[in-house]
Design a binder for this molecule. Structure first.
Ligand code: TZP
Ligand code: MG
Length: 205
């Protein structure tokens, strides 16, 4: 994959924002996020037809701003909606079992640390997401913080595998992540929770 796409990777679900999530997502896309992931989880998460419709609306926005559209965890939804890729966790379906639809799509995998790296088959994986690098308000079971040191260790272990840092990323620690091995950052709250979404994106860039 084109690793520059990982530079500012926004992840969002309908319950990560106050108000209309499509407005927040459009503001983020318009102001320069380089990749988008729909991660629909937790309380009040959309399901079934409502989730399909939401994903379809997001796809239209991503196309409008020419930003690839990734879906977390749900290969079937990703395929039905015509998404540009899928992001899987360690407990999700193995990437080697994905349908042929994904042969030319972006496949991401969460790999928290060196232990998870050992047990991961990266054969079909285009990029990994590593962390939480810092404390995150957005995932209760995110596991132990790996810190900048852990990020750097992952870079040393993964060679030139495209890698994004995740967990507690802010404009203040963004540069540090890039300097210690990340190709980019993926984040929820620093953009989804901002009063001025466009302004928040610009602060990163
Ligand atoms: N995986 C590890 S931390 C995290 C995920 C999905 C949440 C990141 O959210 P935030 O608000 O940017 O810390
Ligand atoms: Mg998952």
């Amino acid at each position: 994959m084109d690793r520059s796409r990982l530079r500012l990777y926004f992840i969002c679900g309908s319950n990560n924002v106050e108000g209309n999530p499509l407005l927040v997502i459009e503001a983020a896309l318009k102001n320069g996020v380089t990749l988008f992931q729909l991660r629909e989880k937790g309380e009040y998460a959309l399901e079934g037809e409502a989730l399909f419709d939401f994903a379809s609306d997001i796809k239209v926005l991503c196309r409008k701003y020419n930003v690839p559209f990734i879906i977390n965890d749900e290969p079937e939804l990703a395929e039905n909606v015509g998404a540009d890729g899928i992001h899987l966790g360690q407990d999700d379906l193995d990437s080697s079992l994905l349908s042929p639809y994904f042969d030319d799509k972006i496949i991401g995998l969460s790999v928290a640390d060196s232990r998870e790296l050992e047990q991961s088959d990266l054969g079909k994986v285009d990029y990994i997401g590593t962390g939480p690098v810092f404390t995150t308000p957005s995932k209760d079971d995110a596991g132990e913080v790996i810190g900048i040191h852990g990020l750097e260790e992952m870079r040393n272990l993964t060679g030139d595998m495209p890698m994004v840092a995740i967990g507690g990323i802010t404009p203040e620690n963004y540069q540090e992540c890039l300097e210690h091995g990340a190709d980019g950052v993926s984040l929820i709250s620093a953009i989804a929770g901002a009063q001025d979404v466009g302004g928040a994106v610009k602060r990163f860039l």
